[in-house]
Design a protein around this ligand. Structure first.
Ligand SMILES: Nc1ncnc2c1ncn2[C@@H]1O[C@H](COP(=O)(O)OP(=O)(O)OP(=O)(O)O)[C@@H](O)[C@H]1O
Ligand SMILES: [Mg+2]
Length: 506
């Protein structure tokens, strides 16, 4: 037994019905390292993390912690050994405050009375340690997803974790927030903590981790020091084949393509005067820093936020949506930014989730009137999107995170809209699935769909969009066009910052 390994597994296996989620997994985590887990959606990463942290029990095999074979029956057991996890989905108690959540189960009490001063002091210590500046008295459900992630990290620290499993912690963070978060992770490492880090951001992984383990189909393919790996070597191993071209060839819409969406003088409490239009077949990107108003703008166009004036036209039809239902009826669909917040009914089947916005007949039991045509439509979509699921009847919460995201896509493609708004479409999705989604987006556009895409990944915007609007402080400040060769990373950054890059640095 090598003493330097804090956690090892031996031939760990776990099956869910037809799916072998873990297949004889051997992994060894060194004390004090950042150990990354990468792999395609459904490769078994989250399952491995959950077994190690006592959330689920393996069918067979062993988890060895500090040389001793353990068999945890709950996360509490794992925490006694200093192991905790930050799951892919947020799991905080949403109605309680930040402070209550951070110190949940760790409350200071004197003579049975909560010692608020001491608790506040501990909170402030953790806040100073992480640099996460969150008001302790806010309710968790009023926080943005990014801040909720931070609360989870603070909670793990409050619990004196020695090993923290982080399952895609940056999937919902902005570029800036990610940089800060990675700094915190490094800081935790310098304090002697061991981190198991699950991520689809391969550059982030190479930059951050000491060791990387690549999983495929429930098996470990390779563990190696990150300095021996490259994005390419990781991707090739994850997919089991070399990666093809990431972005599809751009085909500009014909010059006479009709306008599919026109927004004129849109006003709300957040916007003064927004104008934009998209032609059929066009992919229009919305770029800008986080907080520049991109998501709020698309949510407003979709009827999910209040409009105080202006006009919107979908095709020939003028409308001002009061609710998303109005937008959907007009042929305008939106894939929202976060699947948990706004997207999926986790306890329901994949089929219901995909067909829900399109159903006319919902029975009084909340069940649906299933038609064979509907089912075959769903099966087709599952195939087209390569959603890894054994049957359309499977509950959606049993899908891996990335496959849930694909199902969310399916929901808006089940019936073809005229205009599709997609907000951060590839968050938490592996490279193989990303490429499939890029192809799908380009394909839909070539069939005449107008697409409005928000993304924080500049590479993705550059790779896919025909035209890009850059937002800053609730306003569109720049328009960049592929056809006019103005669509460059440099131009996007300059417009987003509202200054030259040199000035920002200086
Ligand atoms: N509770 C469950 N019930 C049924 N199947 C499950 C359950 N949990 C996971 N699975 C299946 O096990 C496989 C592995 O899932 P897991 O969540 O570990 O993948 P992952 O590598 O974390 O993927 P992602 O990158 O998409 O998050 C998937 O096929 C998934 O659908
Ligand atoms: Mg996962």
């Amino acid at each position: 037994m090598n003493e330097s390994f804090i956690i090892q597994t031996r031939s760990l296996s776990k099956r869910f019905f037809a799916v072998q989620a873990l297949d004889a997994v051997d992994i060894a985590i060194r004390q004090g390292e950042i150990h990354a887990l990468v792999g395609e959606n459904g490769a078994g990463k989250s399952t491995l993390g959950k077994v190690i942290s006592g959330i689920i029990r393996p069918d067979s095999g062993e988890v060895i912690v500090k040389g001793i074979s353990v068999s945890y029956t709950s996360p509490r057991d794992a925490l006694i050994d200093g192991i905790t996890t930050i799951t892919q989905e947020i799991s905080l108690s949403s109605k309680q405050t930040v402070l209550q959540n951070v110190l949940l189960g760790q409350e200071d009490a004197r003579g049975g009375i909560l010692d608020f001063r001491r608790m506040r002091q501990r909170y402030d210590d953790i806040r100073a340690l992480t640099g996460f500046d969150i008001d302790p008295h806010l309710r968790v459900n009023s926080l943005r997803m990014a801040d909720q992630k931070k609360v989870e990290v603070m909670q793990a620290i409050a619990r004196n974790a020695q090993v923290i499993i982080m399952d895609e912690p940056t999937a919902m963070l902005s570029g800036e927030e990610t940089a800060l978060f990675l700094k915190t992770v490094r800081h935790l490492k310098s304090m002697g903590m061991t981190i198991i880090y699950v991520s689809h951001f391969l550059r982030e992984v190479l930059d951050l981790a000491d060791t990387v383990t690549i999983m495929r189909n429930g098996q470990v393919v390779r563990s190696a020091p990150t300095r021996d790996e490259t994005v390419n070597s990781l991707v090739t191993t994850m997919l089991g084949k070399p990666m093809e071209q990431m972005y599809p060839h751009k085909v500009l819409p014909p010059g006479d393509a009709p306008v599919a969406l026109e927004v004129k003088g849109l006003r709300s409490s957040v916007f003064q005067q927004v104008d934009l239009s998209i032609r059929a077949g066009e992919i229009l990107g919305l770029a800008g820093l986080v907080g520049s108003g991109r998501s709020r703008l698309v949510r407003t166009i979709f009827g999910a936020e209040d409009i105080s004036g202006g006009s919107i036209r979908v095709g020939e039809q003028a409308f001002l949506p009061k609710s998303p239902q109005d937008a959907i009826r007009a042929g305008l669909y939106m894939l929202p930014e976060s699947r948990k917040e706004q997207g999926l009914l986790l306890k329901q089947s994949v089929q219901l989730n995909i067909t829900l916005p399109h159903l006319r007949h919902v029975s009084s039991f909340g069940g649906i009137i299933d038609s064979r045509r509907e089912r075959s439509g769903v099966v087709e979509l599952i195939k087209a999107l390569d959603i890894r699921v054994s049957s359309p009847a499977t509950r959606i919460r049993n899908l891996s995170g990335g496959n849930q995201q694909k199902a969310l896509f399916g929901k808006w493609l089940f019936k073809r809209p005229r205009v599709l708004i997609i907000d951060e479409p590839t968050r938490g999705i592996d490279v193989g699935a990303k490429q499939a989604i890029y192809e799908l987006i380009a394909q839909l556009a070539s069939e005449g769909l107008a697409i409005l895409m928000v993304s924080s990944e500049i590479e993705e915007i550059l790779g896919l969009c025909h035209r890009v609007l850059v937002m800053r402080r609730g306003q569109i400040v720049s328009e960049l066009d592929e056809a006019q060769k103005t669509l460059t990373e440099d131009n996007i950054m300059r417009a987003a910052f509202g200054t030259t890059i040199e000035q920002v640095d200086g």
